[in-house]
Design a protein around this ligand. Structure first.
Ligand SMILES: O=C(CO)[C@H](O)[C@H](O)COP(=O)(O)O
Length: 232
């Protein structure tokens, strides 16, 4: 049986084969994507040339260490593909992302891509989104107002994400509120409602964005799930 980390390596290795010469590729953030970057680094050593648009400072640093050429989102008109991880994936391939705090840049890069390809180990598949606390990226000014709004509207206790006993600060200088909705009945509606709250920059729901999910299982199998439904 494979460990979770070995499953991440397995799917990352397969996904790295999607990258072809001269492509512009969005590179996600997280422990699964770490293995993707390592694999792409080896392919670059063997002569592959592509441009990476990183979704976080962490990913940019890892790509640079692997000699993967980087470009900024503003330097390109469109990306061929973005490969990223996810925190939860429902049967319609709706996602919760942002466990690593990079949701804003991840969503912008994914939105500019012709295809969003998600890598996951089987623990990320859920029947309904919401067990994983939904990250809300908020501006630090008046963040407690947003927290109160979430409590009053949804009866959900949003907690300020911290790191070393200090508020976690995103690459863009924002805070993150983690919101344990538990069950999200209508993610497509919730994403609009949340983003309409003053002070919210974005939320971790990725609705109708993923085209494919490559899932790895502990027994070494992998499976590709395709997006064939629209969100209710
Ligand atoms: O959204 C993300 C970062 O903001 C990651 O893709 C998500 O948290 C999954 O991470 P991992 O591959 O480490 O399980």
């Amino acid at each position: 049986m494979l460990t979770q980390d070995e499953i991440k390596q397995l799917v990352a290795k397969q996904a790295a084969q999607l990258v072809q010469n001269n492509m512009t590729v969005g590179i996600g953030t997280g422990s699964t994507v770490y293995w993707l970057i390592m694999e792409l680094g080896s392919r670059v050593k063997q002569g592959l040339f592509f441009r990476a648009i990183p979704t976080s400072k962490k990913t940019a640093t890892l790509c640079a260490q692997q000699n993967i050429p980087l470009a900024a989102l503003n330097d390109v008109t469109a990306l061929d593909i973005t490969i990223d991880g996810a925190d939860e994936i429902d049967p319609n391939l709706q996602l919760i992302k942002g466990g690593g705090g990079a949701l804003l840049q991840e969503k912008m890069v994914a939105a500019a891509s012709r295809e969003l390809f998600i890598l996951a180990d089987e623990t990320k598949l859920v029947r309904q989104l919401g067990k994983f606390p939904l990250p809300l990226e908020v501006i630090p000014f008046g963040w407690k107002q947003v927290q109160r709004h979430i409590q009053a509207t949804y009866n959900v206790k949003a907690s300020l994400r911290t790191k070393d006993d200090q508020p976690f600060v995103s690459d863009h200088g924002h805070y993150i509120l983690d919101c344990p909705f538990n069950k999200i009945e209508h993610p497509g509606i919730l994403t609009y409602d949340l983003n309409a709250i003053p002070g919210v920059v974005d939320n971790g729901l990725f609705i109708n964005m993923a085209d494919m999910v490559l899932v790895g299982y502990a027994d070494g199998r992998t499976e590709t799930l395709q997006n064939n439904t629209a969100e209710s």
